[in-house]
Design a protein around this ligand. Structure first.
Ligand code: NAD
Length: 249
């Protein structure tokens, strides 16, 4: 894959780099995007209708079981070359922040340290009433299980459609985007707000925008560089070029 020389040079001097990732970066780990998840057992359900507070109120068992299926998929998945390349890139940049819309935790498993999770993490569970994280509960066979403290249903610690994003994390993501010299948008369709606003905030503050996606998105016309390939191909190639540049100096 051809990596633009100018981009490599810019990354060599950039002190603050921010990255936004979406479901596309985990596709090569075998985790389906929402669109791809509409297969098999779940083909008759629209994920956008399962991942809402209303769906949980209407049919808590169905929603819990859908997440149990997704949690199992995620539990068996491993980080791919794209995740690993981003963890390597972090080690070469002075201030590097990875902002992710994904809930699979694969960036951290790949070794990324500075990660802001905008949509929570499917590996965590919380009380549906108090919102506090719960690590252990009694398996009574009931689905969903109950909070050991207050007896309310437990739910996945993810942000559902129609819910607000964690305020402190969103604030940090905005600050990081605005302060970045280079901003990457990777494997995201760049249409789900407020995450989709981050690249434009970065751009307005003078950042160079890089898109990594096999297909065009609404962000493409505003990107300074477009790597039109899968993240697992483009990112290792980019990091290798960064390494070569460091060795050349
Ligand atoms: P999305 O809107 O982020 O779209 C996926 C994008 O990835 C598309 O633009 C697609 O062209 C691109 N893509 C596909 N394969 C790629 C690859 N190999 N390399 C780079 N790009 C690739 O994702 P969505 O599925 O519409 O999900 C919306 C929201 O649902 C997410 O923001 C997330 O919160 C949640 N979700 C998370 C996961 C996860 O944690 N892995 C999976 C599904 C959905």
């Amino acid at each position: 894959m051809e990596i633009p020389e100018e981009l490599v040079r810019m990354l060599g001097t950039a002190e603050r780099v921010a990255v936004l990732t979406g479901a596309g970066i985990s596709a090569e780990s075998g985790i389906p995007t929402f669109r791809e998840a509409q297969t098999g057992l779940w083909a008759k359900y629209d994920p956008q209708e399962l991942a809402t507070p209303q769906a949980f109120q209407r049919n808590p068992r169905l929603v819990w079981e859908w997440y149990a299926w997704r949690r199992e998929l995620v539990g068996g998945a491993e980080p791919n070359k794209g995740h690993i390349a981003l963890a390597e890139m972090e080690r070469k940049i002075l201030q590097f922040t990875l902002i992710t819309q994904n809930v699979d935790g694969l960036h951290q498993i790949a070794g990324s340290q500075n990660v802001l999770e905008l949509h929570g993490n499917i590996r965590r569970t919380k009380c549906s009433r108090e919102g506090v994280a719960v690590e252990t509960w009694e398996e009574s066979g009931e689905a969903p299980p109950r909070c050991p403290d207050c007896g309310s249903y437990l739910r996945p610690d993810v942000v559902w459609f129609g819910e607000g994003l964690p305020e402190e994390i969103l604030l940090q993501a905005n600050q990081v985007a605005q302060a970045s010299h280079v901003f990457f948008s990777i494997g995201t369709s760049a249409v789900v707000y407020p995450a989709a606003a981050l690249p434009m905030q970065a751009r307005r503050n003078g950042a160079v925008i890089v898109e990594v996606n096999p297909v065009e998105t609404p962000l493409t016309p505003d990107a300074d560089f477009v790597l039109r390939a899968a993240a697992g191909e483009a990112l290792p190639a980019l990091v290798k070029r960064m390494m070569d540049e460091i060795l050349d100096c």
